[in-house]
Write a protein that binds this ligand. Structure first.
Ligand code: NCD
Ligand code: ZN
Ligand code: ZN
Length: 348
């Protein structure tokens, strides 16, 4: 296959940051995706509908002229999130979910949830009004091995939540393990998962190839080849609950090339192209459209987009760095080949 036209895709898990950083990264996403769920873990997290409305306006204001892109917002859950705030979110026409960050699990999660029972009132409201729960699924206890944090989260947090709130729609974000895939498969249609390009393309060896590779460090951390194979099978299967969420998470180069480097891989510059490589590797390129453009809207109860994008098999190289406000941003596959590119002249 040398070209592939698909309905315009959406990104169901994206970090856009704010200010100059937002202006630097947003054009990459708007070029490919019609919509994206914009994660709320800003330095001052987006915990209310009013804050989400203001953030949404800043995103719209940062769009390049002529770009058509719709930010879908999500609230950052805290121990104090009320049922009223959840109902207000559901009543708005721009908040599609609320996000559970266990306190301390990842970037800007200090105001996150300290014990799952603290958000039972919010979850009850979400279940009854139909607002999607998105979860960063890792336990945070320092004595749990970093490679086991996702599987431990399934038993310790996810199962109790799903059993207590059986009608709650849950997205297990950026799944990284075979156990997580099997868990989603074992549940009903209201439990889905997003998958990132890096977890579909790489295993944890990539982080240590010839030395430590800080630009491949993200959370949850890359896992074994046996896990990657399960993720690739799930993404390229016919199961409607596995869909695209890049988790593109830009951090300044100096913050990653650091004695205590930040977690996050920036992939928005080449997201759909990277997924195309993964699907091609699995011999399932025709399934890319379902994964990227159909199943996400279906899970969230939205309509798929009407336009299309066309990918052509034509190798290119991302630059070593992009500008990122006053800093630099090192993209995924910096200076290395990517097999597919978007033919902008055939975007409709
Ligand atoms: C994300 C970020 O930098 O905001 N980092 C990451 O490694 N994935 C946070 C997150 O999605 O957990
Ligand atoms: Zn996360
Ligand atoms: Zn994320």
């Amino acid at each position: 296959m040398t070209s592939l036209t698909l309905r315009r895709p959406d990104d169901w898990h994206l970090h856009l940051r704010d200010g100059d950083s937002l202006r630097a990264v947003l054009p990459f996403t708007a070029r490919q995706f019609a919509r994206a769920v914009v994660m709320p873990n800003l330095k001052s997290p987006v915990t209310t509908v009013d804050a989400a409305a203001a953030y949404r306006e800043r995103i719209l204001g940062a769009l390049p002229a002529g770009a058509a892109f719709e930010p879908l917002m999500t609230l950052y859950l805290t121990d104090a999130t009320s049922g009223d705030e959840i109902r207000k979110a559901k009543a708005s026409d721009f908040v599609v979910g609320a996000k559970l960050y266990p306190a301390g699990a990842t970037t800007n999660s200090d105001s996150g949830v300290t014990a799952i029972s603290r958000i039972y009132p919010a979850l009850e409201a979400m279940e009854s009004c139909g607002l999607v729960l998105q979860v960063h699924g890792e336990v945070t206890s320092p004595d749990v091995d970093v490679f086991d944090r996702e599987t431990r989260f399934i038993d310790e947090v996810l199962v109790p939540v799903i059993e207590r709130f059986p009608r709650l729609k849950v997205v297990f974000e950026h799944v990284t393990t075979r156990a997580a895939v099997e868990f989603v498969r074992s549940r009903r249609e209201n439990v889905g998962a997003t998958l990132t390009p890096q977890h579909l393309l790489l295993n944890r060896n990539a982080m240590f190839q010839g030395g430590i590779r800080p630009h491949l460090y993200c959370l949850p951390v890359l896992k074994r080849e046996h896990d990657r194979q399960a993720l690739l099978e799930a993404a390229t299967s016919d199961d409607p609950r596995f869909f695209l969420g890049t988790d593109s998470a830009p951090h300044a180069r100096h913050a990653k090339e650091n004695a205590c480097g930040c977690a996050g891989v920036f992939s928005a510059h080449a997201a759909i192209e990277l997924y195309a490589e993964a699907f091609e590797q699995a011999g399932r390129l025709p399934q890319l459209e379902a994964f990227a453009s159909l199943r996400g809207p279906d899970f969230y109860g939205l309509k798929p987009n009407t336009g299309t994008i066309t990918l052509v098999r034509d190798q290119w190289q991302p630059p070593a760095v992009y500008r990122f406000g006053d800093a630099e941003l090192v993209p995924f596959r910096a200076g290395e080949a990517i097999a597919w590119r978007i033919d902008d002249s055939r975007t409709s």
